[in-house]
Design a protein around this ligand. Sequence first.
Ligand code: HEM
Length: 395
Amino acid sequence: PYPVYRRYRESAPVHRGASGAGGPETFYVFSYDEVVRVLSSTRFGRDARVASGDADAVPVPVPAEYRALRAVVENWLVFLDPPRHTELRSLLASEFSPSVVAGLRPRIARIAHELLERLAPHRAPDLVEGFAAPFPVLVISELLGIPREHHAWLRENAVALQEASTTRSRGGTGGYPGAEAAAREFAGYFRREVRARRGDDRGDLLTLLVRARDGGAPLTVDGIVGTCVHLLTAGHETTTNFLAKAVLALRARPHLLDELRTAPELPPGTVEELLRHDPPVQAVTRWAYDDTRVGDHEVARGSRVVALLGSANRDPARFPRPDVLDVRRPADRHLGFGLGIHYCLGATLARAEAEIGLKALLNGLPWLGEGGQQVDYADDMVFHGPTRLVLTPPG
Ligand code: HEM
């Protein structure tokens, strides 16, 4: 997508999309400064009811008939506005703090090594199926306190649920029934897990959520179910895409790959620069809550604004020679984790997974940079990354 972003960015930092019949107007924001402005402003929010002024509208981007899916998604932090957003976020923040994540690192490393042990003997392993996809699900499942024997089932459902967003970007409806079924399965499962934790402190994230509710926090059982599903899915496809895209980027740069493999640790800016250069989440969407301006455009209340993180991260006004992957550049102001109140809750965890996962692949597969590759990409412009990455060893 990057040459296309560049053309748009150079012609105008904000573009008005072709408006569909009767639908909201959509504006696409390509420059770093304008994306920062939109994501930092309280004039934009996530609730379609506020934007449209119609209290009966569905607040989240799920068609009304998919009730179970709606019930789950309506409780996702990423779709909440303050004050509910602030309350839930501060409740969760302690579980994703740097000190908690530091304590998790040995468990994350163990999961990475177990997956690699199973993967390494394969002659032509699929790095997505064998590593990048299960890895983040195993990590978040451990954090939540979900027993190992349920992990495969959880992943299948998380994938089915995510199909709904892929479908949306294609403009079809094919993925919704499967996502609805997955939402029902998840709701039944997590309700049982919540009941099992009443009066039984297992020291996991689910117990924390149950206790917070019992202490009068703003959490319903639906809220707990929605939060668990959100954490599973928000950290899944993103981290999977990061790892798969990082491997492809390094295979295209053999010198860098060799340098990173032989270094005892990845240079400190490596993960940030990979996230800047090719972020797993290419775009985030907001509603305009007021009549306002974005760039040179008058944006009416109720319009949709799509902030292209992938384009902002390649804006030469912010990052000189933006198309060059340079792990030594200061890339810490990149927008790969978003910005503002919805800045990625799991960013510290994601960085740890990215660093440990990538180093494990570099060390565990000595031929990572060699041989052939077969890659399939998801048909999704928002969550962008390979669904399959088969490496065929040399010789
Ligand atoms: C939000 C990216 C991993 C949990 C976000 C947002 C982005 C993002 C761009 C902002 C969405 C918006 O503004 O609309 C990523 C990337 C990841 C990653 C690139 C991996 C490389 C994770 C992990 C977790 C997680 C591992 C937790 C398990 C969340 C949550 C939100 C969020 C809960 C919503 C925060 C809020 O609304 O306050 N992420 N994420 N993410 N992410 Fe991540």
